[in-house]
Each structure stands twice: as C-alpha cells, then as structure tokens.
Ligand binder design. Sequence first.
Ligand code: UDP
Ligand code: MG
Length: 321
Amino acid sequence: MKVPVLYIVIPCYNEQEVLPVTSGMFLEKLQSLIGKGRIAPESRVVFVNDGSKDNTWSIIQDLAAKEEHFEGICLSRNRGHQNALLGGLMTVKDRCDITISIDCDGQDDINAMDEMVEAYWDGCDVVYGVRSKRDTDTFFKRFTAEGFYKLMNWMGAQVVFNHADYRLMSSRALKEFANFKEVNIFLRGMVPLVGFKSTSVYYERAERIAGESHYPLKKMLALAFDGITSLSVKPIRLITGFGALVSLLSFIAVIWAVVQALLGNTVAGWASTTSIVCFMGGIQLLCLGVIGEYIGKIYMETKHRPRYIIGETTFDGKEGE
Ligand code: UDP
Ligand code: MG
C-alpha cells in the first residue's frame, strides 16, 4: 500500500492565544508520523480561519510562510465550526489520501492520531475519535454534553456516542461525502451515512489550553436541534402520535360530557374549559413551531446557497508544487 499523504484540518475561530502553542504540537505529531514512515513527507497541517476577529489569520499566514508543512485557508466570514470544517475538508480532499479533523484548542489528544493512521492502514476509511472520559470537563459541561448525545439518539439522529469532530476520513470517503449537498450540515451525524469500513479510537479529553469555549449551552442546544431536524423526522412523528393521543382523550371527554349533560349533572366548568383551551393552544403552537422548523430547513435547502466561501489560501500560487 502506498504511504498516504495526510492533511490535518483544523478550524480556528478567534484562537490567537491557542494557535502559537498548539501549532507546534500538531507539527511535531505530523513529523513523528512522517519519521515513522506511516504518512508521506508531503503531509500538511491546514488551518481554516473561520472569519476570526483577532489575529488568527495573520498568525496562520506567518506559520505557513515559515514552515512548509503548514497551510492556511481563510473563509470570507464566520460561518461556524461545521461549515469551516467542511470548507477545509472539501478544499484538501483532492490533495491528500487521508484527512484528520481536530479542534485547534488542544483538547483532543493528538496521540490518538497514530492509532487512527494505523486503522487506515488496516483498511478503514473512517475512524472516529471517541472520548473515553470527561473528567476534565466541568460537571455542567459533561452533563449537558452527554444529555446532547442521548437526546440526539432518542430523536432518531444516530451519532457515535461521545464522538465530536475528531476523526480520520479517507479521500475516498470525502469524495462520496461531497455529494451530500445539504446546507444544514451536522457532520458527525452525516459521516456515518457515507458508510465504508469504520472504527473508533478512544482518547481522554483534556482542558482547553487557552481561551474560552465557543460552545456555550445555547450553541450546543442549537447544534442538537439542528442535528435532530437535519437528520430525522422523528419529532414530526412524535407530534403526530401525540396529536392522536390528545384526539383520543378529547373524544373520551366529549362522550363523558354528553353523558353528564344527559344525566343532568351539567358541570359549571369555566375553569376546566379555559384550561383545555389554553393547553390546546400551547400544544398547537409548539407543534406548528416544530413543523415550521422543518419548512424553514426546506426553504434554506431550496436556495442552494454556498455553504462556505473561501477568501484566500496559502496554497495560492503554489499549485502544482
Ligand atoms: N470554531 C470555529 N468557528 C466558530 C466556533 C468555533 O471554527 O464559529 C472552532 C474553534 O476554533 C475550535 C473548534 O471550532 O477549534 C471547537 O470550538 P470550541 O473549542 O470553542 O468548542 P468546545 O470544544 O468547547 O465544544
Ligand atoms: Mg474545545
């Protein structure tokens, strides 16, 4: 088997404190893998600047100028982690044999990369990095993050438990993945749909080296909701089921009301009537909201807008090297 060219793809958003530290770690890992002959010397570390407002892009440009193993891609504006990662992967997919995507904050153990590359040598096209423990996360982060995976699976979006976006993908898998044209993307839920032989590699998640998380609870809930509505129609089914249940209960209540009326025990039911009206109003709005969410997604999909726009790259002018 040919020694594969590896591109490590790293989305970065406002990471000026972190990059100078972690870039060295990524380079070291890349060089050690090259040294062991497990990846080709043309392998690269590619940073994707997701419209950062700080000096992230100039740091990346400096890195790329000083060290040939570093490259940079700059998106035209901030598009969020998922789009930035997709933009990076799609840009490099024809230059390499394998990609590993990882966050730039040093939280994911880079030593898991050795095992990922070995799994590729063993014939896997996709290797998921899975967190074995979350000891370093705060209780709140751990609780919300685990709740996130449970909710996702319960709602019909199959995701690998405790796997974020630290994964190896071969260019063969990426080329197939390029045919997934949706704009509402949730990579960790979509990659398993590509198929091919896959496996998981376990690692412990560390604390962020510097800076702050860009995924507070609000963004995480948004990601979960996006994931569910992008991958599954289960919420709509639940609503249908719930609607059927409420209709059945209402039907029973109507019979009961008629019987009571016939028996002459007319209920002086202002309170109960009002509560039922309110309850039904609430439920209906909720259901309409969920359906609206899907319609909104259809609307966005029909526009076929680009999912990311690349402003510039450090590859420019280096084509065909
Ligand atoms: N990120 C990005 N665009 C954004 C937000 C985050 O590219 O709009 C990157 C960020 O630089 C990091 C990764 O996505 O490399 C994960 O973000 P973060 O570490 O803040 O999330 P957490 O690990 O806390 O879930
Ligand atoms: Mg992080």
